[in-house]
Design a protein around this ligand. Structure first.
Ligand code: M6R
Length: 616
């Protein structure tokens, strides 16, 4: 899940490559590197750590070269270090490569290349690639790349360069690869072509791009892009126009992207739901589902939702919603688990896959398993044109704009909103719920962005409150029913950005074990809305109080009784049970964010994590 970029232009490209790498730093930040081509050599600089370390390293260098590649790394094979940092070269200094992905047969290839006299200098899987290409290189880079990649097993995206050829070759076999011609670049760059893992890195130079598919490569010259398959056959592809604004990818005055993204939720939720229902008619309009809706869902008897991390928590909420509004049997599984078991999927399975990035390797593999077994794949995704969307039978975009913070926030609430719409749609199409019921929920859904804005007003209180918890070692998050997945999500947010241990549990499970953990040292964050398990949840909390536990509750406005049980209460507006997860999520995001900031943690780039997990 590294970020790779290559640029070939008519002005110095080093600053453009550094700029592009910074936009992709969320993909990994263990090390960074750049290779620039002269007429008879490569100039390579690599540094362990973030891109600013590399930037500092090259600050005083005179780098006027107009062709180059760059890399920001999330380590898979080999520790984060300068020697393992990309770009990698062969030992005869002919070929340079940046890679995102994993070469599964690298040991076998290394062995073979060693026998041919090659010497290696890193522990990475990537280093075999330049060596292998160099073996085939006779002056024409594309043809050598084609021969070499036939021998690679795994999932990889590459940008390859050779000073002897003076062109770039971009390859896709798994992870994303986007290429475009610089058309409206900022000052300093004239013409040129660019290849990168991510739209964010390209956006400033062009809005017209080609998304390479698996098995495709692009040969980049200063003013041309040639697309072929791995056998060298020319390919015609449609140009995709990107409408994202570069400003959307900046912090807008917030301290962190995560903070900005939390505060964007009134707008992002509005964008997610807008135009997707007819309130008067009490109907959902999801034109995206037209290809699968034609048989009114009667061809399905089973729904299986899959995802990883935060998106998996959305799946759990989705199960609750679809079960409530339909007669379908609903299951949920992690992408990483599903791909290695023998799931019962057939042509009567509606397979729903959720992913912010659309590139998560485990989710992608689970989707492919489902498709092979005959399931119909509907994805709920944020990134337009991502791999998951291109492999789906239908896509419902969450439309919440780029999410940069590693901790997912606005994408999660957008996924919840889409799931409400999808479940209502299934309910209406199958006749399980009435127009009046649908209208009633939609009426509330319209108000959700405004209600989220109201909850965000508690930011200052939560900031002050969270100070008292920065020294805690452990937290328990409790919820029941549809709020249980939100307890899991709250715990995940806290642990991933503040490194405080936190666990989510269904409140009713406490007495079966976790209650043994209760002490005054372990605060309990509870989600208590006035639904069918309200009384039961209060009883669970009494049991905690009786054992000296400190209870923090997020509860409905107007709930007087909760104050008798909880030590601290934050309120959210009272809404239908099916919408409560969206509102309950907001205080948990703010709480986790402020605890992490009080602790001085790197909120947007927490240790050991990357935004998009494109490896297993
Ligand atoms: O891009 P995806 O939604 O497929 O990513 C799935 C998870 O990797 C992601 O949600 C992860 O758990 C986040 N760090 C959570 O904040």
């Amino acid at each position: 899940m590294c970020g790779i970029i290559g640029y070939i232009g008519d002005k110095p490209v080093a600053p453009l490559i550094i700029d592009g790498l910074k936009k992709m730093e969320y993909r990994g930040y263990d090390s960074a590197g750049i290779a620039l081509l002269t007429e008879n050599d490569f100039i390579v600089h690599r540094a362990q750590g973030k891109i600013k370390v590399l930037e500092k390293l090259i600050a005083d260098e005179k780098l006027s070269m107009t062709i180059g590649v760059g890399h920001t790394r999330w380590a898979t094979h080999g520790v984060p270090s300068e020697e393992n940092a990309h770009p990698h070269r062969d030992d005869k200094n002919k070929i340079v490569v940046v890679q995102n992905g994993i070469i599964e047969n690298f040991l076998e290839l290394k062995d073979k290349l060693r026998k041919l006299g090659h010497e290696f200098s890193s522990q990475t899987d990537t280093e075999v690639i330049p060596h292998l290409i160099a073996e085939y290189f006779e002056g024409d880079l594309p043809s050598a790349v084609r021969k070499a990649i036939r021998e690679l097993k795994g999932a990889f995206a590459l940008v390859v360069a050779s000073w002897e050829d003076q062109r770039l070759v971009a390859v896709r076999e798994g992870p994303p690869m986007i290429v475009g011609r610089a058309e409206n670049s900022r000052d300093g760059i004239g013409s040129g072509t660019i290849a990168a893992s991510d739209i964010a890195a390209i956006l400033e130079h062009t809005r017209s791009v080609y998304f390479l598919d698996d098995g495709e490569m692009a040969v980049l010259d200063e003013d041309s892009i040639e697309l072929t398959d791995f056998d060298g056959n020319a390919i015609e592809k449609e140009i995709t126009k990107i409408t994202w604004n570069p400003i959307q990818a900046q912090k807008d005055g917030y301290q962190h992207f995560m903070q900005k993204e939390i505060f964007q939720q009134p707008e992002s939720l509005r964008d997610t739901i807008i135009g997707r229902f007819d309130l008067e008619a009490g109907e959902i309009i999801l034109d995206e589902l037209a290809p699968i809706e034609k048989e009114n869902y009667s061809n399905f008897n089973h729904v299986l939702l899959t995802a990883c991390g935060t998106a998996w928590h959305a799946c759990l909420v989705g199960k609750y919603l679809i079960e409530k509004f339909s007669d379908l049997r609903v299951e949920v599984d992690y992408g990483s688990e599903l791909r290695y078991r023998d799931p019962k999927i057939d042509e009567r399975t509606l397979f729903i896959s959720i992913s912010q990035s659309g590139e998560t390797a485990d989710t992608l593999a689970a989707n492919r398993t489902a498709k092979e077994k005959g399931g119909t794949l509907v994805s709920i995704c944020n990134v337009v044109g991502s791999t998951i969307t291109r492999e789906s039978d239908a896509v419902i975009y969450t439309r919440c704009g780029p999410e940069i913070g590693v901790a997912s926030t606005k994408a999660f609430t957008a996924q919840l909103a889409v799931l409400v719409l999808l479940a209502l749609n299934i309910g209406r199409v199958t006749g399980k719920i009435s127009k009046d019921k649908c209208r009633e929920i939609l009426q509330e859904l319209i108000e959700i962005p405004q209600l989220v804005r109201r909850v965000l007003k508690q930011d200052a209180d939560l900031k002050e409150f969270s100070k008292h918890y920065r020294d805690k070692q452990d937290f328990l998050y409790l919820g029941r029913g549809i709020n249980y997945p939100i307890a899991l999500e709250g715990a995940l947010k806290l642990k991933e950005i503040s490194y405080i241990h936190a666990e989510g549990y269904p409140a009713g499970e406490m007495k079966h074990g976790p209650i043994a953990l209760i002490s005054s040292e372990m605060p309990i964050m509870t989600l208590v809305t006035q639904n069918n398990v309200y009384e039961k949840t209060l009883s669970n909390l009494m049991e905690v109080k009786a054992r000296d536990g400190e209870v923090i509750a997020i509860a409905d406005e107007g709930d007087e009784r909760i104050g008798e049980v909880a030590d601290h209460v934050f309120h959210v507006p009272k809404v239908s049970e099916v919408l409560s997860p969206i509102l309950l999520t907001i205080p948990l995001q703010l709480f986790a964010y402020h605890v992490a900031v009080h602790l001085g943690c790197d909120v947007d780039q927490p240790r050991n994590l990357a935004k998009s997990v494109t490896v297993e």
